[in-house]
Write a protein that binds this ligand. Structure first.
Ligand code: ACO
Length: 330
């Protein structure tokens, strides 16, 4: 995280925080501005932000640009932009005028106009509500059809993981990917592992089967996804289908998947669907005491990241720094 924070300072990106009046978000914004990790746009009532800043003794929040979506004098400009983007989906100008009062919509429009480079939200809002406007307005990177969410899992003295970092995906977004979408998720996650965690990615495509030990349509999907990922990204070090122990424990990998370049050495774990990915990251976080940083959303045309509603101030600071790094990568 130190390297990520230092790089964020160097990049000096502008991150919009739509939940601008939320207590942890305000405290995080104050710290971010004090440390110059990013420039900040806060969305919400200025009076409330001022009142809470005084109550918490925050001295740097005033450096943020503050926009109140309800009284924003430029409402029509953003409504027009939203209307242009979504009228083909049946959105009327009147509906757009209402939607730009929603901070989660306004945040993505600020990215679209180039006023913000990235967004972090979710301290107060459910994942779906954060993601929907992002999907509709910012959309995906060229060549990518599916957004997914990765976690950097920072382990403690783990005997199976040299360096103590694993990257897990998809743990946050796409409930039931097809083989082709799973292949995209694998490639995106390898890029995240390289750019954000500084890893040389070795990707394991996880299943309940290792190299044909079980036969089921679920395993076939993972085998097919591995094939497509190799085709899409011939540079990628990837193997599947592998069980989790075969992926990360050398002795198990050697016995269940002899000759695999990844078995026993994986540092990127791609789960077959959202159920397995989300359950796995939460269990590793709680039972192994791992720090779970993310979800880092990957595949979006601009970096937008979603917090857990149980997040701490430091989770928000870290995710803003990661988001700034993603802006740099773009
Ligand atoms: N990648 C890119 N675009 C997408 C994706 C995706 N993964 N999913 C949907 N879209 C796009 C659609 O193409 C559509 O675009 P369009 O309107 O321009 O045609 C738009 O988003 C809306 O699509 P819907 O099918 O209506 O999607 P919906 O809004 O129903 O659901 C959502 C999308 C909210 C992300 C849904 O998949 C979801 O709820 N996922 C689970 C999120 C979640 O709860 N995660 C677990 C908690 S997170 C945690 O624990 C850290």
């Amino acid at each position: 995280m130190n390297a990520i924070r230092e790089n964020a300072i160097r990049l000096n990106k502008c991150i919009v925080l739509p939940e601008g009046t939320e207590d942890r978000t305000l405290k995080a914004a104050d710290f971010i501005l004090k440390e110059k990790l990013a420039r900040i746009i806060l969305l919400g009532s200025k009076a409330e932000i001022d009142r809470k800043s005084a109550e918490f003794g925050l001295q740097f929040v005033q450096q943020a640009r503050i926009i109140d979506p309800k009284t924003n004098p430029e409402k029509e400009k953003y409504a027009q932009l939203l209307f242009e983007i979504r009228s083909s989906k049946g959105l009327t100008f009147e509906e757009a005028l209402t939607l730009v009062e929603d901070p989660l919509y306004l945040a993505t429009l600020l990215i679209k106009t180039g006023e913000a480079d990235g967004e972090v939200a979710g301290a107060q809002n459910a994942t779906g509500n954060v993601l929907r406007p992002a999907f509709q307005i910012v959309k995906t990177l060229p060549g990518i059809s599916v957004v997914s969410g990765a976690f950097l899992m920072l382990l403690k003295d783990n005997p199976y993981v040299p360096g103590n970092i694993l990257v897990f995906a998809d743990c946050a977004v796409h409930p039931d990917p097809t083989a082709s979408e799973l292949a995209e998720i694998a490639v995106s996650t390898a890029l995240t592992a390289k750019s954000i965690a500084g890893l040389e990615p070795r990707v394991a495509m996880l299943s309940f089967s290792t190299k044909g030990s079980a036969k089921h349509a679920f395993c076939d999907k993972v085998i097919e996804a591995t094939r497509i990922a190799r085709e899409k990204a011939p540079w990628l070090q990837i193997d599947g289908e592998l069980q989790a122990d075969a992926a990360i424990v050398e002795a198990v990998g050697m016995s269940k998947a002899p000759g695999s370049p990844i078995a026993g050495k994986a540092n990127v774990l791609v789960f077959p669907n959202l159920e397995t990915g989300n359950i796995a990251y939460k269990l590793v976080q709680r039972l192994a005491g791992a720090e779970a940083i993310g979800p880092v959303l990957q595949g979006m045309a601009a970096p937008i990241n979603d917090l857990s509603r149980g997040c701490s101030v430091s989770d928000i600071v870290n995710l803003v720094a990661i988001t700034a790094n993603q802006c740099g990568e773009k």
